[in-house]
Design a protein around this ligand. Structure first.
Ligand code: KIV
Length: 299
């Protein structure tokens, strides 16, 4: 990390690669870690400079980048392409690739091959899978293959059709117990981290207490070791934001101002000094003659 303390996010950015070991050390020393979604090389470069240790190339890219109606529409090849782009922009951030809908649920061999593509083609450090305890066999196979798995539990947006909409999880004692049991099974199967989405804080606390791997929260309360949100929410670019990801800047207004200023510049011809000049000694001569000499376009 970019400071003598080794952990703080400093303006110098990340001087050394953040690894899973770095994250474990942060957890051990009680230093909460920030994670953000990221879908392109330019943003990744700035986030690395800001010192954001973890970037998640989430399948929310389907909505944020492609304008699709939900995360289940994220294409695998697109996810791989943008994962590699984020890696190029942020070589030192810990990079999580998000395995899209049906890239890991069909069969284990295909899942491991696809996860391997995230590691090799996308140069991700780990992959995230939306799972429950029934996936522990797959998590264990991936672990065996050397693929670190972030087990995403709680609200799982890839299940949205099955659940009949987005919803929080673990609000009844029965559901909370199932979630805690899932967390235990997934850790036992070799999951490297847990990501808990939309869960009451006391349930998250119970999961943190009964597991020993880092826990990232997304609307799961402050008991988590790290926090992730969709960057576009913090930027104020989405139509609404959950309370735990309220905007930090008003980029929507900035975009509008930028668009309006550019319209104004174009209309007034105020484009700054023109950078391209004819080579020394070259002139166009008589513009009428030039037009007559120009090759005729055939249509
Ligand atoms: O895909 C995503 O962006 C996510 C986060 C919201 C956790 O899974």
């Amino acid at each position: 990390m970019g400071s003598s303390s080794g952990h703080s996010n400093t303006p110098q950015g990340l001087e050394k690669p953040v690894t899973l070991r770095t994250i474990r050390r942060m957890v051990e020393s009680g230093d909460p870690f920030a994670a953000l979604t990221c879908y392109d090389a330019t943003s990744a470069r700035w986030f690395q400079q800001a010192g954001v240790p973890v970037l998640l190339v989430g399948d929310t890219a389907a909505e944020m980048i492609l304008g699709l109606p939900g995360t289940i529409h994220a294409p695998l090849d697109f996810m791989l392409t943008i994962t590699a782009a984020v890696r190029r922009g942020a070589p030192n951030c810990l990079l999580m690739g998000d395995m899209p809908f049906l890239s890991y649920q069909v069969d284990e061999a295909e899942a491991i091959r696809n996860a391997g593509r995230f590691m090799v083609e996308g140069q991700a450090d780990c992959v995230k899978l939306e799972v429950d305890g029934t996936f522990s066999g797959l998590v264990s196979q991936m672990n065996r293959a050397g693929i670190p798995v972030i087990a995403h539990i709680g609200s799982r947006p890839q299940q949205v059709k099955h659940d009949g909409g987005y919803r929080s999880f673990g609000r009844t004692a029965a559901e909370a117990s199932r979630l805690i049991e899932d967390a235990r099974r997934l850790e036992e199967a070799g999951a490297t981290m847990l990501l808990i989405e939309a869960v009451p804080s006391e349930v998250t606390q119970a999961i943190v207490d009964c597991t020993s791997i880092p826990v990232i929260g997304c609307g799961a309360g402050t008991a988590c070791h790290g926090q992730v949100v969709v960057t576009q929410d913090l930027m104020g670019l989405t139509p609404w934001q959950p309370a735990f990801a309220s905007p930090l800047v008003d980029m929507g207004a900035e975009f509008v101002a930028l668009g309006q200023k550019w319209i104004d510049r174009v209309k007034t011809g105020n484009l700054g000094e023109h950078p391209y000049k004819m080579a020394p000694g070259e002139t166009l001569g008589d513009p009428g003659e030039v037009a007559r000499r120009a090759p005729q376009q055939s249509h």
